[in-house]
Design a protein around this ligand. Structure first.
Ligand code: AMP
Length: 275
């Protein structure tokens, strides 16, 4: 695996890879969820690129940029043994020089749910993903369904800006008790870790209640009662998979989505409604 830090060298090496090239952007502190994306890319593409970059643009003031977990050596070892060909690890100062000022406004989809709670978040995500796509030039971009709104935002950016890349969404990898793997899970105290799977449980209860014919507000109450009592629910809702606009009935191509705080750690989860 080649590890490159500069934009020029990353561009040079990635463009020389045999196609199709799969690409997995990450913020590091890698776990089996990330590696599942790599495995899909390895199976489906001739070459695989990945990046580890904790993107300051997508963190608001007072968010966890400084305490975001970092594991440079562990990440390299995991990606090398998963068959990544080129790993791009840029410095923030190279990605954003002092004159940098362009930002991608994705509109309403970036202002709801996670975007309402973290106002600059999706603008930062969209901007860095477009930069990374321009540098790496992959044929297929691999994203995790775990961050459902992020997948909707990026699919929209790719569509709206005619970016020539196919977007593959990979199902969420979970612990045996249902908790979605996340780099932030390591911040949970033992008590919070024990309570955290109730987020998945609340989503399941909410979805099943709606599927059994209860209204959305009734189903919300059912889901909320399943969530651990000392967790703080930010939202529990059902949205159109493309627009992320709330909908009142379960239908094809929708997500049930939830976010809750366990102590100081915010966790997200969702379930895909296929029918
Ligand atoms: P992050 O490092 O959190 O920016 O995540 C990098 C990519 O890995 C994103 O596309 C995430 O959606 C994806 N990802 C994170 N957690 C999981 C998981 N538990 N299962 C599948 N994909 C995941």
């Amino acid at each position: 695996m080649d590890v490159v830090a500069t934009i020029e060298r990353a561009r040079e090496l990635c463009r020389a890879l045999p196609g199709p090239v799969g690409f997995i952007p990450t913020m590091g502190a890698l776990h089996e969820g990330h590696l599942e994306l790599v495995r899909h890319a390895r199976a489906e593409c001739a070459a695989v690129g990945a990046s580890v970059f904790v993107n300051p643009l997508q963190f608001g003031a007072g968010e966890d940029l400084d305490r975001y977990p970092r594991d440079t050596e562990g990440d390299r070892a995991k990606l090398a043994s998963s068959g990544v060909d080129v790993l791009f690890v840029p410095a923030a100062s190279d990605m954003y020089d002092p004159q940098f000022s362009t930002a991608i406004d994705i509109g309403e989809i970036g202002r709801t749910f996670e975007g309402a709670i973290r106002p600059a978040h999706f603008c930062g995500v969209a901007t860095v993903v477009v930069k990374l796509l321009n540098i790496v030039g992959p044929d297929v971009l691999y994203l995790g369904q775990k961050d459902a709104q992020q997948t909707a935002v990026i699919r929209k950016v790719v569509r709206d800006l005619d970016i020539s890349v196919r977007v593959r969404i990979i199902p969420t990898v979970r612990e045996a008790d249902g908790l979605a793997l996340s780099s932030r899970n390591r911040f949970l105290s033992p008590k919070e870790r024990a309570a955290a799977p109730t987020l998945h449980g609340a989503l399941t209860a909410f979805r099943e209640a709606m599927q059994s014919g209860l209204s959305k507000s009734e189903a919300y109450e059912v889901g909320r009662r399943v969530l651990a009592r000392d967790a703080a629910l930010d939202y529990l809702d059902v949205v159109d998979a493309d627009s992320f606009a709330p909908i009142d009935e379960l239908r094809k191509e929708a997500f049930v989505i939830a976010a809750a705080r366990f102590g100081s750690t915010r966790l997200l989860d969702n379930q895909w409604i296929a029918a």
